[in-house]
Structures are given as structure tokens and as C-alpha cells.
Design a binder for this molecule. Structure first.
Ligand code: NAP
Length: 490
């Protein structure tokens, strides 16, 4: 392996290494075109990252595999202390990470700062969980033996992350994997590798031994991931991204019976019931829709408002949306940043046009900003028919279609009429109706009178086509553990 210099500052213009194997930044074996990293606020390339390929995969798995046993056998407290140091470093370097995220992802400054805090919290949370891998010991019903149940690290884990939360989606996987005792290979999205590079470098400073965290950046995601999954030493796959890619990876993982955790696409309904506190509902909606510029799997995409409140709801949301400052994230006063790329803008433009053709009316927004970069106005579309195409696709931008309803049964039926089942939001002042909605809404998570639900201490994940498994909470670590039963004579 040829060593190159480490990424002293990933914001320095120029070329950055993107292959980290066994504690060294190394040059990819084959010369490939670099990844161009585009600033979504300008549309211009501001730096490049080396792109590795299939021929580098064996070395990645070799490094992770050679660190596997010693990392798994390290005392849980020691692993926890390293994670806690990572949390401290990340909080101390919050501004640096926020700047990286803004530059490569385009989000607003406040969103980036919030992401760093959220991302760092996974290190602290799993530092605490590392020492709580409980087992079980009991006498068998027959009385002849003990049933001893222990948890063991599953082995090398492949972690694949999307561009919308470049830090948090990585730490939500790295932290539990490391807490469980697993070495990892991280493959970030091609649009946002810089934050991942900085995270890997931070983890080394926190004391993670060589080989425990490895990284590959590539413009050949399909080939690289297929090659890694064909190596029988890779035992776990944790993927966050689209349902479409998740489906491909589940099939590829099946060959070696790799344990899969899938955090896939969402299409969240947002229900405002007749008795809702309207001000609360509008406040919650603004968060649920526009957090992360709408580029969130948790984003409220299908808004169902009781007809008695629809007029006031629209008026209040329009006023809030019109008052938002849209522009580059590095200007800290801007509340809504850019979308990640030109194709995302094109997709959103098409969805708005389709909703209008279906009979919807644009109450505010509807246009991209007349300036360089990938900016789109916060947009509310009213009177959208319930069968409009925009309700069937994950919007992933600052656009919300509103459908009105007259009875609770229709609202629940329409909310559940989706293959996605990640999260559902509902506003009501009636506790028993709230409990009924919690029970009947088909989603892995229900936000009742809340616009934000993500919390490292809570189980995050979806049902139906939104995924398999849970991240965060006490459950997240189990994605990286195997259960072992040992029978011992009584
Ligand atoms: P994506 O296109 O599925 O990409 C996600 C990751 O998979 C990227 O690293 C990508 O690499 C890689 N990838 C793409 N094609 C692949 C293939 N054939 N084989 C192996 N890897 C492949 O998703 P995205 O557009 O980045 O992210 C948006 C999606 O993520 C949305 O659907 C959103 O809902 C979902 N998401 C879900 C959650 C959750 O917790 N449920 C959280 C955040 C986002 P390249 O970038 O190199 O193509």
C-alpha cells in the first residue's frame, strides 16, 4: 500500500485521500477519476476525493478482520471510553464539522449544527450501552441444565450511508458497531465523503485501534459493495438509503446470509385532527416538513388536515413559509439551505407541476431561486386530490401537498395507503384519539403532538418498505450482536 498524507483539513482545496485501511490513508490500486465534490450553494466543484474500487476491497476486509478479535475482546468499558472521547472531540469540533456538512451537503447552518450534536450523541449513548450487553442465565424447565445466553460481536460490519445526514447516519452505525465489538468498513455517499473522512480521522484521535474503522469512497458503489458482500468475512450490513437500493442489497447479502439492518425511504403522513391545537400543529409541521430542508426520511410529505381547520392551517403555514430566509448555509441567518444536486431540483419541479396538473393549487413557493446553486422555495400545495402522484413518492425537498378530510376513518385509511411505514405525525388534543392513532397508524414511529422524533435514546426504524431493524436506543447495538446459548449441566 502506498501511503499518502492524511486529511489535515478536508476543506483545503485540492485532492483528498478517501481510502483508509488499517490506520493508514492509502492510494487506491487503480487510477480512477476523482470524486468531484460540489458545493450545492454554488453548483461549483470545490474539492476532489480519490475514488477507490473493487480491487481495494480485499485489503479493507483484511484490515478489519485482523482487528476483529482484539477489538471484540477489549473490555467493554475501554471501548466505551474511546466512544466517549469521540463524543467529546466532536462536540469540541462542532463548528468544523458543521462547516464541512454545509459545504458538501448544502443544508442551512442551524441544521448542520443540530446534526453535529445529534451525530455526536450516538457516540455518548453507545459509550454507555457498550457496558450493558446483557445476557441471561436460568435453569431449564426440565431441571437438567442451565440455559446460558450470551451476546457476541457479529464480526466485520459494512456500513453504507446516504448524503442527507453525512455525519449522523454514519455515527448512528459506527457507534453501536464499535460498542458491540465489531470492526467496520464505512462507505459514504459519493456526494458527501468529506464528513466521513473527518469522522474517521477523529475516531483515530479518540483512540480507535488501527483496522477497527476503515473507509472507502468510490464512484462505483454497486461494484464495490457487491465485492465486499461477496467476502464471507463480512458478517453484517447496515444500510441507510433508498428502498430501491435496499432491495438490491438485501438480495446481494442473501448469498452469504449476511445480517441486514435496513433504514430505507419514508413518506410520512402528517394528520391534523379537528380538535388539534392549530398553533402547535403549524409549529410541528414546519419542523416535520422543513427540518433538513425536507431532505429527510422523516419529512412530513402527505399532509391531511381536517376540513374545519384547512383554511387557517394554510394561511398560517403560508405566512411562516414566506418569512423564511432561503440561501447559502454559510450565511448563518439563512433558515433553508440548498438541495444536494441539480437532479433533486428537477425532480421537485416535476412533482410540483404534476400536483398542479392534478388540480392542486400552489399557495406559496413553487419555484427554484433565480441564483446559482440548488435552491427551492418552501412550497405549500393545497386542494391536492388524494390520488395525486405527489402523494406516492418521497418528495425529499421543501414541498408539502395538503389533502383535506372530514372523518377520522378516511384520514387513517389515506395515511396507511402507502408502502412506506417509517413515521407518522398526528395532532389532537384528545388523549384517547391519540392512543388510537398511535395504535392504528402503520409506522415504526408515531409522533403525537410533536414535530421532531429522532433521539439516539429511542428506537429509530420503519415497517413495510421502510426497513428492517432499529437504530439507536438499547436495540441498535443488537444489529451487531449474535445471541449464543450454552447448555451447562445443572
Ligand atoms: P441511495 O441512492 O439509496 O444511496 C444510499 C447509499 O447507497 C449511498 O452511499 C450510495 O452510494 C449507495 N448505493 C447506491 N447504489 C448502490 C448500489 N447499487 N449498491 C450499493 N450501494 C449503493 O440514497 P440517497 O439518495 O443517498 O439517500 C436518500 C434516501 O435515503 C431516501 O430514500 C431517504 O428516505 C433514505 N434515508 C433513510 C433514512 C432512515 O433512517 N430510514 C435516513 C436517511 C435517509 P453513491 O452515493 O456512491 O451512489
Amino acid at each position: 500500500m502506498t501511503e499518502t498524507s492524511g486529511p489535515t483539513s478536508v476543506l483545503i482545496p485540492g485532492r483528498h485521500p478517501g481510502l483508509y485501511i488499517g490506520g493508514d490513508w492509502v492510494t487506491p490500486k487503480a487510477r480512477r477519476k476523482d470524486l468531484d465534490i460540489v458545493d450545492p450553494a454554488t453548483g461549483g466543484v470545490f474539492t476532489t476525493v480519490e475514488s477507490a474500487g473493487e480491487e481495494d476491497c480485499a485489503a479493507l476486509v483484511d484490515a478489519a478482520e485482523s482487528a476483529r478479535r482484539s477489538w471484540a475482546e477489549m473490555p467493554p468499558r475501554a471501548r466505551g471510553e474511546i466512544l466517549r472521547t469521540a463524543w467529546q472531540l466532536m462536540i469540541a469540533e462542532s463548528e468544523r464539522f458543521a462547516e464541512l456538512i454545509v459545504r458538501e451537503n448544502g443544508k442551512a447552518w442551524g441544521e448542520a449544527v443540530a446534526e453535529v450534536a445529534y451525530a455526536a450523541e450516538f457516540f455518548r449513548w453507545f459509550a454507555e450501552e457498550a457496558v450493558r450487553c446483557e445476557g441471561d442465565m436460568r435453569r431449564s424447565p426440565s431441571g437438567t441444565n442451565w440455559i446460558m445466553v450470551t451476546r457476541e460481536a457479529i464480526g466485520v460490519a459494512l456500513l453504507i450511508t446516504p448524503w442527507n445526514y453525512p455525519a449522523a447516519m454514519a455515527t448512528r452505525k459506527i457507534a453501536p458497531a464499535l460498542a458491540a465489538g465489531c470492526p467496520v468498513i464505512l462507505k459514504p455517499a459519493a456526494e458527501t465523503p468529506l464528513t466521513a473522512i473527518a469522522l474517521v480521522e477523529l475516531l483515530a484521535r479518540a483512540g480507535v485501534p488501527d483496522g477497527v474503522v476503515n473507509l472507502i469512497t468510490t464512484d462505483r458503489a454497486g461494484e464495490v459493495v457487491r465485492t465486499l458482500l461477496s467476502d464471507p468475512r463480512v458478517r453484517a450490513l447496515s444500510f441507510t438509503g433508498s428502498t430501491e437500493v435496499g432491495r438490491i442489497l438485501l438480495a446481494e447479502a442473501a448469498r452469504n446470509i449476511v445480517k441486514c439492518s435496513m433504514e430505507l425511504g419514508g413518506n410520512a403522513p402528517f394528520l391534523v385532527m379537528a380538535d388539534a391545537d392549530l398553533e402547535d400543529a403549524v409549529e410541528g409541521f414546519m419542523l416535520a416538513k422543513l427540518r433538513n430542508g425536507g431532505s429527510a426520511c422523516t419529512a412530513a410529505n402527505r399532509v391531511f388536515v381536517h376540513s374545519s381547520l384547512a383554511g387557517d392551517f394554510t394561511e398560517m403555514v403560508v405566512e411562516r413559509m414566506k418569512g423564511m430566509r432561503v440561501g447559502p448555509g454559510l450565511d448563518r441567518a439563512n433558515e433553508l439551505g440548498a438541495l444536494v444536486s441539480e437532479p433533486e431540483i428537477d425532480k421537485i419541479r416535476g412533482l410540483v407541476a404534476g400536483a398542479e396538473r392534478a388540480g392542486g393549487q400552489v399557495a406559496t413557493g413553487g419555484l427554484s431561486l433565480g441564483r446559482p446553486g440548488y435552491f427551492f422555495e418552501p412550497t405549500l400545495i393545497t386542494n391536492v386530490p388524494v390520488d395525486a402522484e405527489i402523494l406516492d413518492v418521497e418528495i425529499f425537498g421543501p414541498v408539502a401537498p395538503v389533502v383535506t378530510f372530514d372523518d377520522v376513518e378516511s384520514a387513517i385509511r389515506w395515511a396507511n395507503d402507502s408502502q412506506s411505514g417509517l413515521i407518522a405525525y398526528a395532532y389532537t388534543r384528545d388523549l384517547s384519539l391519540g392512543m388510537e392513532l398511535s395504535r392504528r397508524l402503520e409506522a415504526g414511529m408515531v409522533a403525537l403532538n410533536r414535530g421532531v422524533i429522532s433521539d439516539p435514546a429511542a428506537p429509530f426504524g420503519g415497517i413495510k418498505h421502510s426497513g428492517l431493524g432499529r437504530e439507536g436506543s438499547g436495540e441498535g447495538i443488537h444489529e451487531f450482536l449474535e445471541t449464543k446459548y450454552t447448555a451447562i449441566p445443572f
